[in-house]
Design a protein. Structure first.
Length: 244
């Protein structure tokens, strides 16, 4: 009787260990993606002709994508955090003196949106982000001239892609930087940029340790492509709708 009781206890403990091991080996839940659903108010800012908007009137970039708009794009997002990004604005019109209050620092001219997506382990830490930065708000004629010059210059760089109006703004182009893609867009009186990346295994799980370098590179490239096409594109559409 004592032997049977001990055997039962041993069996239960072994079974619990087996279940724990299986849980650790289970792949993360795949990340789900949605489409942009802009719902926030449009800004409707109107800079004076031939000049830039005073910095005191600039929007808070951390309010350009609401929580509901973010979850429309990545429904499984948790632990959302905002980190303001300071932007320094120079004279936007080199042919004229800058208007009063139109140059200097905008403490919340940009914003990094951090959040968690399905991964191995704890769901309280952030493993994904995108950053939105407004770089100009001025007379649309001046803004477009500046944008076209930058686009022509950046168009000679490796990794350049002309997106035209396919991402919801008036015009956009993409440039490839180390580890991430950056989108630059023109939307009427505004210029803005969007970039970001993720390490969430639910997007693309990296190969096991000891995998070939080519396998790691292929997985990283797939993750980057998914993040750009499924997330950055929809964030851009959301921001473009708000900046109008």
């Amino acid at each position: 009787m004592m032997f049977r009781t001990g055997g039962l206890l041993l069996s239960v403990v072994a079974g619990a260990a087996l279940l724990t091991g299986c849980g650790e080996d289970e792949p993360p839940t795949p990340v789900e993606y949605g489409a942009a659903r802009p719902a926030g108010d449009t800004l409707g800012l109107r800079p004076p002709g031939g000049s830039a908007l005073p910095l005191a009137e600039w929007p808070d970039a951390c309010k350009l994508v609401t929580e509901a708009e973010l979850r429309a794009i990545v429904p499984q997002a948790k632990a959302l955090e905002h980190e303001p990004v300071k932007v320094t604005i120079m004279n936007f019109n080199p042919l004229a003196e800058a208007g009063p209050g139109t140059t200097g620092d905008v403490d919340r001219g940009g914003c990094t949106y951090d959040f968690h997506l399905p991964d191995h382990g704890d769901d309280e830490f952030t493993n994904s982000h995108f950053t939105v930065v407004v770089t100009a708000i001025a007379d649309p004629v001046l803004v477009e001239k500046n944008y076209r010059e930058d686009k022509e210059e950046d168009g000679t760089e490796k990794g350049y892609t002309d997106l035209a109006g396919s991402w919801g703004a008036e015009d956009c182009y993409l440039t490839a930087a180390a580890g991430t893609d950056e989108v630059t867009c023109l939307q009427g009186a505004y210029l803005f940029e969007v970039d970001g990346d993720t390490s969430a295994a639910g997007v693309v799980d990296m190969p096991d340790p000891g995998a070939k370098a080519s396998e790691n590179l292929a997985a990283a490239a797939e993750r980057r492509k998914l993040w750009t096409e499924e997330v950055l594109a929809e964030v851009t559409r959301t921001v473009a709708a708000r900046l109008s």
